[in-house]
Design a protein around this ligand. Structure first.
Ligand SMILES: Nc1nc2c(ncn2[C@@H]2O[C@H](COP(=O)(O)OP(=O)(O)OP(=O)(O)O)[C@@H](O)[C@H]2O)c(=O)[nH]1
Ligand SMILES: [Mg+2]
Length: 320
């Protein structure tokens, strides 16, 4: 075992050894895997962790795997964005408005008890929003680290009717307890990318609280404000989430056919023609003779090499 594994790794390993049920063991193993540095010296150990996770997952599935499936929300769409914040910040109200999901909303504390996914439409794609219990609801802290780790992005929901800076401090502290880092504060657990939504901008103090939030945090996070009461800022929210995910939409077509513009292939920003081909079929990329593209090339209808970097909206025609 490499000698330089962190204190956090050993803490996770201890949790793994002491865990009673397979789901807890899987959680701990996933955490060990996410903490472990990725280089040649850890290849073996990482493969071993993956094997153990696969074995345990197969076992829990055989037994019905109820607990795992309740808290482990299956990812769908172009990315998963988890909503985090203190109680009553307006997380569930946003999910209710932006998706077809039906979360409970209430002005009492700790309304949301379980993770609840909803699909948010952005132009021709869907992005999954994940409503979560309040970060200060400690009864959810057993399973929240896993949910936060699996999410692609965090949406910090800050209630603009209350002091935003105190909320940010409390959120950062609770996230640290949940073994998740954000922004430029040093973290032992790796930093999860995050955006900030200032909610309840309709409140009389909304504007000044938004301004003080931006003054302190706009160098670390993208920040916008919304009101589900007045329906303000919701289109900005869709666009901000899409941009944050760093994804592009590429339309593939066969020669002589129309591109399916309603069915983009979703790729990471910086992906190449070869990556797009591989997404269609894993062997397809090897058989590529040449590719013609419309969009980010210098000219439309241009032949490009397989390492050509694609842009959002490109149409790609593969010739094999
Ligand atoms: N004025 C105003 N009130 C809002 C807005 N969004 C939510 N609320 C109210 O804030 C309260 C809490 O909303 P929720 O959406 O349940 O908050 P939450 O963050 O999901 O709360 P927990 O589930 O307890 O973590 C409710 O009474 C909502 O009606 C808003 O934009 N403006
Ligand atoms: Mg809620």
């Amino acid at each position: 075992m490499p000698a330089n594994l962190s204190v956090q790794y050993h803490a996770a390993e201890k949790r793994y050894r002491e865990a009673k049920d397979p789901d807890e063991k899987i959680e701990a193993l996933e955490e060990m895997l996410s903490i472990m540095p990725k280089h040649k010296g850890t290849d073996h150990l990482r493969a071993d962790l993956r094997t153990r996770i696969a074995k345990l997952t197969a076992e829990t599935q055989k037994k019905g795997g109820k607990r795992a499936s309740i808290y482990n929300i299956h990812k769908e769409g172009a990315g998963q964005v988890a909503l985090v914040g203190l109680t009553n910040a307006g997380k569930s109200s946003l999910v209710a408005l932006m998706t077809h999901a039906n979360p409970d909303i209430g002005d009492w504390a700790y309304t949301t008890k379980m993770p609840l996914p909803g699909m948010m439409e952005y132009e021709n794609i869907k992005i999954q929003l994940l409503d979560l219990p309040a970060l200060d609801d400690h009864s959810a802290h057993t399973w929240m680290p896993g949910a936060l780790r699996r999410a692609d992005y965090l949406m910090l929901v800050i209630d603009l009717s209350r002091d935003p800076l105190i909320q940010m401090r409390d959120i950062t502290d609770e996230l640290a307890k949940l073994r998740t880092g954000i922004g430029n504060r040093p973290s032992d657990y790796g930093i999860k990318p995050a955006i900030i939504i200032g909610s309840k901008s309709d409140h009389p103090k909304g504007r000044s609280n938004y301004d003080s939030l931006c003054r302190k945090y706009s160098d670390q996070f993208e920040i916008i404000s919304t009101s589900t009461e007045n329906m303000v800022g919701l289109e900005n929210l869709r666009r901000l989430v899409f941009n944050a995910l760093n994804i592009i939409r590429v339309y593939t077509k066969a020669p002589g056919q129309q591109a399916a513009l309603e069915k983009p292939v979703i790729l990471k920003q910086g992906s190449t023609v070869q990556d797009a081909a591989r997404q269609l079929h894993k062997d397809f990329a090897n058989e590529l003779k040449y590719t013609v593209i419309w969009g980010s090339g210098k000219y439309d209808n241009q032949r490009v090499k397989r390492d050509h970097i694609l842009a959002d909206g490109d149409v790609v025609e593969f010739h094999i």
